[in-house]
Ligand binder design. Structure first.
Ligand code: SAM
Length: 227
């Protein structure tokens, strides 16, 4: 059974899509979508041999040869424009890595596929990249599973709607409107973390005032969004 995290990503893949799942490991996401006849074709991109072989194994085991194809390649090098990929998923990596994969592979985005991204950390880097590339966020989800909090960001190419201010980049333009319990808990924890850093700073002999002010400002900003 697919994790809730990947099921949430799957929800945003349109019926009949040609999907590339980059950093696919076992190819669970494209395999699930192909088994449920949700996609026309799936590509499972992997840069590491072990996970690439996991993907190949899963595809054979599920009888999906010809429906899902594993490709050993770095990032978007796994796809060609002629594949006519209309949806790209990149899940379970850090935000900066996701952003760098997209930036390095920009030429492969010429057909403006939908991007479904699930950064484990560093979500702000992902939103920043989307904004500068002319992608507007059309859906966001935040969920807790196995003691972790995951954010999912769905974006379509729409340069005129892509702008986000600093606050939206940090909290997520849609997540900060909905403020579901997972969102509130995530940012309450962040306040506690910042307060802990502050306590440590106050114990230091030389108090770095600028740093202290910055932390207080961050706490105030989070409280402002939560209230
Ligand atoms: N996407 C799956 C998920 O969300 O459950 C697997 C996530 S796993 C933690 C991250 C995978 O991304 C690893 O298998 C790793 O080898 C792969 N990866 C990391 N950098 C990559 C890159 N530049 N191109 C393709 N795959 C990459």
């Amino acid at each position: 059974k697919l994790s809730n995290r990947l099921l949430t990503a799957a929800k945003y893949v349109k019926a009949g899509a040609v999907l590339a799942d980059i950093g696919s490991d076992h190819a669970y996401l494209p395999a699930y979508l192909a088994l449920n006849k949700q996609i026309k074709f799936g590509i499972a991109g992997e840069v590491v041999k072990g996970p690439f072989e996991n993907a190949q194994h899963e595809i054979k085991k599920e009888g999906l040869v010809g429906k899902v194809e594993a490709r050993l390649a770095d990032g978007l090098a796994a796809i060609e424009l002629t594949d006519q990929v209309d949806t790209i998923t990149i899940c379970g990596m850090g935000g900066p890595l996701i952003a760098s994969i997209l930036e390095k592979g920009k030429a492969k985005l010429a057909n403006h596929p939908r991007l479904i991204l699930q950064p484990n950390v560093g979500e702000k880097e992902v939103r920043k990249w989307l904004m500068q590339a002319g992608y507007a966020i059309v859906a966001e989800e935040i969920l807790a599973e196995d003691g972790h909090t995951y954010e999912l960001i769905v974006a379509d190419y729409a340069p005129t709607e892509a702008h986000l201010d600093e606050q939206a980049l940090m909290f997520g333009p849609l997540l900060m409107q909905t403020k579901n319990p997972v969102f509130i808990s995530k940012w309450r924890q962040e306040i506690l973390k910042q307060e802990e850093i502050l306590t440590h700073l106050e114990q230091a002999k030389v108090v770095p005032l600028a740093k202290k002010a910055q932390i207080l400002a961050t706490i105030k900003e989070i409280e402002g969004v939560l209230n």
